[in-house]
Design a protein around this ligand. Sequence first.
Ligand code: GAL
Length: 955
Amino acid sequence: MAPEHEAGRGTAAAPAPLTSTDPGAGRRAPRADAPSDAPALSLDGTWRFHLADRPGHATPGFAEPGFDDGGWSRLEVPGHWQLQGHGSPAYTNVRYPFPLDPPFVPDENPTGEYRRRFDLPPGWPEGEAVLRFRGVDSAFTVWLNGTELGWSTGSRLTTEFDAGPLLRPHGNVLAVRVHQFSPASYLEDQDMWWLSGIFRDVTLIARPPGSVGDFFVHADYDHTTGGGTLRVETDVPATLSVPELGLSGVPAGQPCRIPSVHPWSAELPRLYHGTLSTAGERIPLRIGFRTVAVRDGLLTVNGRRILLRGVNRHEWNPGRGRAVTADDMLADVLMMKRHNVNAVRTSHYPPHPDFLDLCDEYGLYVLAECDLETHGFTVAGWRRNPSDDPRWRPAMLDRMCRTVERDKNHPSVVLWSLGNEAGTGGNLAAMAGWVHERDPGRPVHYEGDGDSRHVDVYSRMYATHAEVEAIGRYEEPPTADPSADAHRRGLPFLLCEYAHAMGNGPGGLLEYQRLFERYPRCQGGFVWEWIDHGIRRHTPDGREFFAYGGDFGEPLHDGNFVLDGLVFPDRTPSPGLTELKAVFAPVRLAVEGTRLTVTNLHDFTGTAHLRFRWSLETEGEPVAEGVLRAEDVPPQGSVAVELPVLPPVAGESWLTVRAELAGDTAWAAAGHEVAFTQHRVAARRTEPRRPAPLDRDDFDDSGTLVRLGGLRVRGPRLDVWRAPTDNDRTTNADAVESRWRALGLHRVTHRVIGQEWSDGGLVVRTRVAPAATDLGLFATYHWAGDGPALLLRVEVRPDGEWTAPLPRMGLRMAVPAGLGEVEWFGGGPGEAYADSCQAMRIGRYRRTVEEWQTPYPMPQENGNRRQVRWAELRGGDGGLRIEGAPVFDLTVRRWTSEDLDAARHPTDLVPGAVIWVNLDLAQHGLGTASCGPGVLPEYTLTAAPASWTVRFLPL
Ligand code: GAL
């Protein structure tokens, strides 16, 4: 007897995509995605649409050409129906939004019905034609002029159907039925929004007689000779021409040896333009000669070990979801190149094919991942995981095959990935076997293969720095099976995900990079992830914000875990990206004495494309500048250059050296900065103190400062709270936020123990502590007059056994709301934290209080400027200068840390009656504990005796 949970299987009413674990039916064999001069007709645009709440409520006869769709809505294709007013988006990370009951999905399964009429353009050839769908989420059936062509699954994969015999010159009707969920949804549990519909382009392509079915370009580079070998496999007779290489009319299949070619790499993405001609069509080719191999335990391109400075990229547009535009794709590639990124993992599915064209052209190494994830089976201990269930083998092989076949001709693709977080099992092994056979020219990756038995690179996600170091030394713990262990020990290592860029962070990037540079086996990795998947929405009064999980009333969701990118949803770079650029810099500059050392970290290029500019500033004001003469430093080489004799300076002075592009490139204009370094050439002069009496009226009876010159102020007083970052906030039991809240650090109270006035000033002794604990901090404020200024030295001493780090060690004060213009000399221009400050440079900057804020779509601690020497706040009500002795961390906001903590979207933050100023000695680091390791010990702010000094001068 069939088990009860299978009782509904195969009922007559249920359509095939909902009852079968097969990948589809009636489809053409997968083939390379390529442009061609064969006639093509785009079917993108406005379609007629109707959404049924379940398959059983689908419209009878909707695919008939004569069906009257006049009353239906209109929907833009490509697009998702949830973002065009039908149903709503839902976000889950690991959990399936339906019962774990494979292969079944609930009857409540939104089903979209699409209709599109079209005429063939004049001159359309008779005969074969294919209908190509480049992405439909998730399972769909297609009818042309009332006849079913077939059905398919694999949301981010291309499907083609034969359409030719059914086409007529006028009045063709294409009908598509799309189910949000299907058995295939069990294979598509990626951490992202559940968004449905025809979200990539639809095209009708003529296939004149003799058109190519499929072709495979093999363009290898031999680094020992500098020669290339080109061979194009085709399934019909064809010829190849590459004028630049003197090749003309070469029969396909015949290997051509070219004695000398320029190889392709991400650094020098040289492409040769050619044409593949058949009796039916001409296909433009862009050929990149390159050889990828794992040799002597290292991943090599063109014979050299490469270092992957990578990011994970999901496709995202805040208004259109995964229906990205050409502009979005180009923007991503240009931004990556400009931020020193050289590699992309297409997490966790094949991207729109045009993206890979851009990677070929601009130069990015691609880890091309199959559309596969079954992560939600973890909640059942991986029981019934499709990866090890033979029923799913055809579907899993189909996905892998369609990934490889579609993208195999891209030189940028250097690794194939079986998918993400799909556990282990025979189907994955079969996929790996298939790829090895079909494309031995590219290594295979899959992180979930714990002992790396079936793959060619050892991959991990979110390993700690210590684990990476152990792997770099070949000292990782052995796997259970000695033969698998021996295999794994011979593999190069990469982090397919690390440094979770959620909210404020990641911290600790530099320390990873140093490990990648120190240990040859550690070949870099891919930061998680490129972009926040926030959905653009507006408050009732029209203010924009970015929605995340739960904002659409989803019964099950994972909140703002979908906002973990280096760029905000609208592609505004976050401070994390600025930090990443500095850490990824492919040249390292260092000034020591009178010399600049240039270390070239490129794998293939020298430094001739760079120009080295220096500038000297005193207190942030320019003093002198020039260009250095530097020889061409070979890849992985290092050269010391004599610096010019600098003019004499008075005051704190910094030399900045920038490596910038000497000429225009495809991705940035001449002058674009690639790397920089700073070196202090003269220290700050300290002015002698000028003791002066304090005015008792400036303080209230508790010894709190209330007036400063003509300004009404409140504070400063000890303040240790910060609005937890996503990395503080992690759900782990040992998350610092939970420890902070358990201690009550978000609700400390202050008690004045005593105050003493003397000629020298005022001393206020206090104890600052949360309720219900005997832990506390003694804070003593030493006030003294200093000319027209006030000098404050704060001394803090912990009371009791503190076991948690402190969020901040600082002061908070309120100043008038009018002081909204800030100028400072110190670290900037953006925010910086102890473990994320490589992009910071000492200079003089100006920001309004509004501009000071980093608008993380989930509000949290932000905006800290480090090593501030002095800051001036000015505005209608006067001005205030604050000086450090020697430096302090500064934050200015129109709301408190508590307001920031309570807000759920930036639109919740309402300016108050004052500006809140934080004057800190230090903050706890950021780390990357939202997924991965926390703050490294050296950036942990422990509760320990501390003291710092600030000087206040009314202006
Ligand atoms: C990984 C996963 C990613 C993402 C990340 C956390 O485990 O592969 O898709 O969920 O965690 O943001």
